[in-house]
Design a binder for this molecule. Structure first.
Ligand SMILES: NC(=O)c1ccc[n+]([C@@H]2O[C@H](COP(=O)([O-])OP(=O)(O)OC[C@H]3O[C@@H](n4cnc5c(N)ncnc54)[C@H](O)[C@@H]3O)[C@@H](O)[C@H]2O)c1
Length: 354
């Protein structure tokens, strides 16, 4: 086992890398595990899990990311007689880790929290950095808190059972982190694509470690997303618009992010700030993983006139931002590891969508 520690305003947080899938044991002060219908059987096989421990099993997937699910966790905690020094353990993908952390932040004004991410996305991103939340009123993650787990337990062995679509979705976020902060990780994704796609355990471990370190460093500098943490949204303004216009669930989040990255780099080229060679290099990498990079995403191919579709995407970006009380701002890159945020005219945005 290998441990990585990073600093937060209220103390240090640790990420523990285990060879075998491992959960923290519940302390004498009690605790509970939170998981979903797809991962509960995996929880049963994890080291240190004691059969019969209090366990909340929630419906799997984004549609279960609701206040009602958080209420279920809180009710079970109360029923099990948990106190403030009891431990909440989130075991699952980003949906479960976000909700368990949210519930822990609310219970008795803050119970102990540890997370065991079981998807690539949750290991590399969601479980690190303390953002918690649920979807509310048709908006993703609209209600939540900042509440970092004291320990995150990562075992890439959990990824063996992950469905391909989910694995690839996580890979897109890994690539995003690579472009923002980790040139070596980008090189790995370019040069060892086949090993990545066949889920070579050693390689995945190295990739997840690099992502964890990169994200932890950003969070150390900007926990509450007042500045640099915004960079982690590279590709996401386009991605959210695509997911919304195509209908949620039609395109996986990762595929939407991959396409969004290609659009963001195209936008930078149009504005004259992105190196066209860099754009071409990233585009070739995205395509080598099978992600679409064209102006129009294939999921919108049958949606009618391309300019109308582009306008719908732009409208979706604006409505999202308006409801969140801000202007549409894009995360753009000059080249690998060189990122900035800017507002962009409608004309330029439409120019990379149709
Ligand atoms: N807090 C943050 O900073 C942050 C960052 C990025 C994303 N997120 C959130 O993360 C969520 C997405 O996370 P996700 O992609 O992990 O989705 P998810 O939690 O829905 O998991 C994807 C699917 O895989 C299943 N699954 C999980 N682990 C498995 C395993 N080992 N084997 C088989 N099946 C398994 C789940 O049951 C689910 O059906 C979104 O809600 C997003 O908002 C949060």
């Amino acid at each position: 086992m290998d441990t990585f520690t990073y600093a937060l305003p209220d103390g240090n947080a640790s990420v523990l890398f285990h060879r075998e899938l491992t959960v923290p044991a519940l302390p004498p002060s009690g605790g509970l595990y939170v998981t979903d219908t797809n991962t509960v059987s995996l929880l049963g096989t994890a080291r240190s899990f004691v059969a019969g421990s209090p366990t909340v099993v929630l419906p799997a997937g984004e549609s279960g990311k609701t206040l009602a699910s958080v209420e279920t966790i809180l009710s079970e905690a109360l029923r099990a007689g948990l106190a403030r020094d009891s431990l909440f353990v989130g075991f699952g993908g980003g949906v479960i880790t976000d909700m368990t952390a949210f519930a822990a932040s609310l219970y008795m004004r803050g119970a102990r929290l540890e997370l065991v991410p079981t998807t690539l996305l949750a290991m590399a991103d969601a479980a690190i950095g303390g953002k918690t939340g649920v979807d509310f009123g048709n908006y993703k993650n609209c209600v939540g808190t900042f509440y970092p787990a004291s320990s995150v337990h990562v075992s890439v062995a959990a990824l063996e059972t992950l469905p391909e679509r989910e694995f690839r979705s996580g890979l897109a976020e890994v690539l995003k982190t690579a472009l923002l902060y980790a040139p070596k990780l980008y090189q790995i994704m370019q040069e060892r694509r086949d090993d990545v796609l066949r889920r070579d355990g050693e390689l995945l471990l190295e990739m997840v470690k690099r992502c964890v370190q990169a994200k932890a460093r950003v969070v150390e500098r900007d926990l509450k997303e007042s500045g640099e943490r915004m960079y982690l949204n590279l590709g996401h303004t386009f991605a959210h618009a695509l997911e919304s216009v195509a209908g949620f669930g039609v395109v996986s989040h990762g595929e939407a992010v991959a396409w969004g990255i290609s659009r963001a780099l195209e936008l930078g080229c149009r504005l004259g700030t992105t190196d066209p060679e860099y754009r071409d290099d990233v585009r070739a990498t995205l395509e080598s993983y099978g992600w679409p990079t064209g102006t129009g995403h294939p999921a919108l191919a049958g949606a009618g006139d391309p300019l109308d579709t582009a306008r719908k995407l732009l409208a979706a970006m604006k409505s999202d931002k308006k409801k969140r009380g801000g202007a549409v701002r894009f995360v753009l890159q000059r080249e690998l590891n060189s990122t900035y945020v800017s507002e962009v005219s409608d004309e330029d945005v439409l120019g990379v969508l149709a």
